[in-house]
Ligand binder design. Sequence first.
Ligand SMILES: [Zn+2]
Length: 153
Amino acid sequence: MIDIFADVEPMVFKSGINVPYSWWAGETAERFFLALRDDKKIMGTGCSICEKVFVPPRKVCPLCFQENMAWVEVSSEGVLESFTIVERQLASLPRKAPVIFGLIRLDGADTSILHYIEDADHTDIKIGMRVAAKFSDERSGSMHDIDCFRPVR
Ligand SMILES: [Zn+2]
């Protein structure tokens, strides 16, 4: 077999692809985002069979596969289940490093959400600590309507 690329020097060009798009979030996500935007409320859906509460809300229970889900407001406070600290300023980071990403299980929910954790002293962040949502002053109906979670002290 002849290798037609044997004498080819591999070259790498950096570039970017801009693909603007939009789509309807769907009935369930729409209600979740409107509650964040208009009422600063975090909503989930609860399953009538397994009694699990999902945040973000699910239209169908991923455990029971049934659609009889009830809307439930959960707390804007919860427990930090895990976190990671990004110390390096990467181009893809929308915030100034160090950036802390945390998994937060809100009171009343059985699932966790991923969000920013902000604190004056990022070396003091601990798994199991209580955190509370800080809502953005200007909200548009997205996860960024929660600016970050901060430790409750
Ligand atoms: Zn269920």
